[in-house]
Design a protein around this ligand. Sequence first.
Ligand code: SF4
Ligand code: SF4
Length: 170
Amino acid sequence: MSARPKSCGPCGQCCKVFAVEELGKPMATWCPHHRAGAGCGIYPDRPASCRTFECVWLMDPEMPHRFRPDLTKVVLDQDPAGTRLIARCDPANPLAWRRNPTYAALKAYAAETWGTGRIVMAVAGRRTWVIAPKEDIDLGESNPDATLSVVEENGRIQVLVSAPEPPPAR
Ligand code: SF4
Ligand code: SF4
């Protein structure tokens, strides 16, 4: 088996953005075990959800170093079905997804997948945006895990939000 091409290194951005149920840690707060610049302070004993989570940057050997989440302040995440690419931001820095290189990459992915049923989104706490090739649709305070249907008619995009699900924990 070949060695994994990437490691988290000092990142730890997901240790703030996500809730960790095993620790009772809410989303958008630093985990008390995170050590700035050094990663997890309980790495050998970290909870199961921390062991299994991998962001898109970590999973994708081709994604350049400049996209590492502690540099962009954006954790790129996917839903289990692979239908959503979600740029998860710290609510203290909710528009981090609008900065490059992240924004250009999200727009390019939205253009590539538009109309296929995949949705590109940005989330900061409960604030949610759908990223379309030509515009960004601000859904305001919403449950980012609700079911979303994107409808385009005569060049006008509507996003229908329904059936909220429980808040995300990794
Ligand atoms: S955000 Fe990604 S790279 Fe950073 S610590 Fe989490 S899994 Fe690792
Ligand atoms: S236990 Fe470690 S890996 Fe898990 S959130 Fe806390 S610092 Fe991050």
